[in-house]
Design a protein around this ligand. Sequence first.
Ligand code: SAM
Length: 305
Amino acid sequence: MAQSDAAKGGSPAAEDAARAAEQGEERPPAPGIDITRPHVARMYDYYLGGKHNYAVDREAAEQALKLVPQGRIGARMNRWFLIETVRWLVREAGIRQILDIGSGLPTQQNVHEVAQAIDPNAKVVYVDNDPLVRVHAEALLATNPNTIFLTADLRDPNDLLNRPEIRSHLDFSQPIALLLVAVLHFIEDTQQAYDVVKVLCDALPSGSYLAISHGLIEEGQKEATQQASAVYRRANSGVYPRTREEILGFFTGLTPVGCGLVHISEWTPPGRPAGPTAGDNVVSLGDPAVLRSLPGMCGIARIDR
Ligand SMILES: C[S@@+](CC[C@H](N)C(=O)[O-])C[C@H]1O[C@@H](n2cnc3c(N)ncnc32)[C@H](O)[C@@H]1O
């Protein structure tokens, strides 16, 4: 109550905090964090069992999970893809620079931790447009000179590429791995999404890599996927899964690596047998039928010129 009185006539963030407090929700961790509507970064954190989420995110995530009950395993499989991709890029492909756009909230085995466990000098640039991601990333990275975080919007790739921080942290004459993992489906217009990927890939030298994962809409599951997507209409971003053909379009002009861009249950790190193995601690071996029903595709491609 006292908090609510103090916030009256204050900033929108303070008013949000007061309203949330009156509703018995958690207080926002920093000014500018909106906890009155779901945020896609925080919903994903909830699917992964994280703690960086609020009642409004959990409620929306639970609604989506009612429609796509395999959502949690999908999120973990997506992390598995991301982690194995980074391991392969650094260990096998010699990559020492990573640009991770739509990086998400810190979780277990973050990209810089996976890369720098192999080479402590590997450079990582995280990019996200969510203010809570910025708060946590800055705290996590405060003492890591090889890793920086930038707030930027994937939909404006030229703005990102022109930032002095990215140019001083990454050497654009040397190969860079561009990670667009579970983020392209937040761009509504397919042509715009293709254009964004092209602008980014064109800025990278030959020998660079692109890794993507993307929400998939398949014939048999169209209705549930569309209903789950509708839950995201009241979030800070809508979600726009695409067909196989549309997703395959992201690799146009690139050289697919290993198994290429495939259904997530079929993906395998280059040079390894298909699917997660008992040694992978990110995702336990699930029911193959459930894995096959996941609405997602993923893959790695090389930029050859
Ligand atoms: C589902 S999470 C994926 C996190 C991480 N890449 C992973 O796969 O584990 C999607 C992230 O993309 C971010 N995002 C969504 N739209 C974005 C945009 N237009 N520009 C930058 N980041 C965006 C969200 O804030 C969120 O953190």
